[in-house]
Design a protein around this ligand. Structure first.
Ligand code: PLP
Length: 364
């Protein structure tokens, strides 16, 4: 087995020993009282995470399953959805709408930037009424965060549309108060800012979306959200839950709530500031402009001539620090550092030192 390295990926991220140990809990009957108690606690903590009094569900799937659930439960053949597209994950979201038989109206920007709210508004006005807006809050592929969830949600509502936010790589490092902002569906993943292991997707649902789903059941069995709500009311999931992950999520959300949301968000902001500053001091340029740069994924261009694969291999092998490469047009040119969950001064300084020392060897 590989020795534990410092996982500075944009997910999965480092998980505390307390959370890892929680997974050693007993295998129990998922239709028994012990699981019901566990799941009810998980749902309650998940409500705190989304700052909602509405319904939440936890799926035994990675984030992509959460995204598919949000698409297949809302989109019916012929429906139109407005989708800002500014990186790999928002591209996938637009494709997911099309796979469900919908039509995606893409509002595009160059990768590394984000469409403006004026562009979004113009596309929505041109469309008139549509079914939903699907916005990736934090483009993990480029390290850019759309700084306008609340405004985009309001615009979608003005067009009679549901507002769906993919906050898979941001919720926990950012606060997204879904009730206050009117977000209909917000999706996140266990392996990012919540700092649990990968394998669970968490979703919040507004009253409006829950009512729509009751009147128009989706054509999917595994991601049938109305069914999750029906079972969730009794503390169960419709299908066999990934039990050890629910133990871990319960513990990780406990850690998050003990720290307090405001403190956690502030810590993510401060740590990402240290990462951006440290890389700038080494002469490296961030992909994102400061106004839209992400506090959970720090993406930076390599200095000329550094081989991405060799650099990251050396960093992991010699220094025990694991970071990610770039996507699509950024492949080979950009590296990405996760600033999520357990992120602290120690992790940041170890990472910066490792990058600096390893880079020195590559610049010679
Ligand atoms: C914004 C965003 N959406 C969706 C996904 C897909 O999540 P997963 O890899 O957990 O399926 C990711 C994963 O990094 C992501 O960052």
């Amino acid at each position: 087995m590989d020795k534990q390295k410092l996982i500075m990926l944009p997910g999965p991220t480092n998980v505390s020993e307390r959370v890892m140990r929680a997974m050693l809990g007993p295998v129990i009957n998922h239709r028994g009282d012990a699981f019901r108690e566990l799941y009810k606690g998980v749902l309650e903590k998940t409500r705190h995470l989304f700052q909602t009094e509405g319904d939440v569900v936890v799926l035994s799937s990675s984030g992509t399953g959460g995204v598919e659930a949000a698409v297949w439960n809302i989109i019916r053949p012929g429906d139109v959805a407005v989708v800002p597209v500014f990186g790999e994950f928002s591209t996938r979201l637009a494709e997911a709408v099309e796979m469900a038989g919908g039509r995606a109206v893409r509002v595009t920007s160059e990768f590394g930037k984000v469409p403006t709210t004026d562009e979004l508004k113009a596309a929505m006005d041109k469309q008139g009424r549509f079914k939903a807006m699907y916005l990736v809050h934090n483009e993990t592929s480029t390290g850019v965060a759309a700084p306008y969830i609340e405004e985009a949600t309001r615009l979608a509502k003005e067009h009679g549309a549901f507002a769906v936010i993919d906050a898979i790589s941001s919720l926990g490092g950012y606060a997204i108060p879904v009730d206050k902002w009117g977000v209909d569906v917000c999706i996140t993943g266990s392996q990012k800012c919540i700092a649990a292991p990968p394998g669970l997707a968490l979703l919040s649902l507004s009253k409006g979306v829950a009512e729509f789903l009751k009147s128009s059941p989706p054509k999917t069995r595994y991601f049938d959200i109305p069914r999750y709500l029906e079972y969730g009311a009794k503390g169960e999931t419709p299908f066999t839950p990934a039990l050890p992950l629910y133990y871990a999520l319960d513990e990780a959300l406990g850690e998050l709530l003990e720290e307090g949301f405001a403190k956690r968000v502030e810590r993510h902001e401060r740590m990402s500031g240290l990462l951006y500053d440290g890389l700038a001091k080494m002469g490296m340029k961030a992909v994102a402009e400061k106004s839209v740069r992400s506090r959970t994924v720090v993406a930076s261009y390599y200095p000329q001539g550094v081989d991405d694969a060799k650099f990251r291999k050396a960093l992991a092998h010699d220094k025990g620090v694991v970071i990610a490469g770039g996507f699509g047009p950024f492949a080979g040119k950009v590296f990405r550092v996760g600033c999520m969950g357990q992120i602290n001064e120690g992790y940041v300084s170890t990472t910066l030192k490792a990058i600096s020392e390893t880079m020195a060897g590559f610049r010679n």
